[in-house]
Design a protein around this ligand. Sequence first.
Ligand SMILES: [Zn+2]
Length: 384
Amino acid sequence: MLIFMDYGWISSTLTIKRICVQNYLTYPYTAEGFFWSPASSRPSAMSPCLKHTLFMWDRYAPAYNLTSPSRPAAPIIGNPLFPPGLQAKAFTWWTTNKFLRVKDLISVRGPYPMTYLIENYNLPKTEHYRALQLLHWAQKCWGSSRSDQAPLTCFERWCLNNAPPPKTISLLYLTLVSPKSLTDILYIKQWGNDLGVSLTDTQWPQLWENLKHSSSNTVISEAGYKVLFRWYLTPVRLARIYHNTNDHCFRGCSAPGTMGHIWWHCPKVVRYWVRVYNLIFSVLHLNLRKNPYEALMGLPSAKVPKNKQKLLNHMFLAARQTIAKSWKSLSINFTLFKNKVDWIFINEKLSSIDMDRLKTFQTVWEPWIKYRHYDTLPTYLLTI
Ligand SMILES: [Zn+2]
């Protein structure tokens, strides 16, 4: 990564010994020139170190959008795509006047006209021929029409501004290890297939953020991730592992026991979720539309106040834990759901005392306490 940065940017502004060695070995080309030119245009003889770096660059730069097709960062000197620039001395006037890369010859509307260079840079007559060569090359890079232009990539912006942001190398690593699209993440793709609905690219970060802050209690927080990451063994998955087992839903219906069926589509679980939503209405007075991403994975519900959302997160988590507790059972015990909410309530209470957040805890859990006071649970368990 450091070498990417060295060749892509630093080599044009600073003298680094390892770059000087590479430039000496590739003369009359420069190592930087190879970076911004296609593999087919480069000579085959070069040092093993540069060869390997370029191999990695060619593999990852297009895949992670580090370069754009118009090559705005391509240098004028030592570039295989611009043979006149191999005679560096012939372009001394241009390098002195800071015309170092393709971008320096281009405005937002396209390559500069010759008249612009004459009027603004006092272009000497001796440089007119080289100006024609450079502008012809810039036009080739720019493309035939405006629509060919793609915006600069982050990496190109850093190289062209001569001022990479703090932690550039970490940012580059983060880009390379991040999936190119959210649908490339396996569990996102599988939940989309199982549930028949998908979330947008803006909803997933909301879901992760809400799940991350759903509880400071590790046991409760971990339980939230188990469903999202499809930790549970469904009949379909077990049938794939053990070939003599049945892949049907363990609740007695003849449908295949996929993750989507067991957690959301099975008729018995549908009835269970209706009761859960009814209880949520009784406690929080929220008339929510049934949404598997909210109930199973922690997507925040639209227009729900922050404190109600916190309690809602706990109630949905208790509902999920109840289904997990009834795994391989013919039915789901609804009483267990209320007990699970109470269990989370007690754990959250202990955590809030430990972290000196009892007041927030009281505000969040107030609707549940009110609801339970009129129910059958002993009140000593609920008093704060
Ligand atoms: Zn079923």
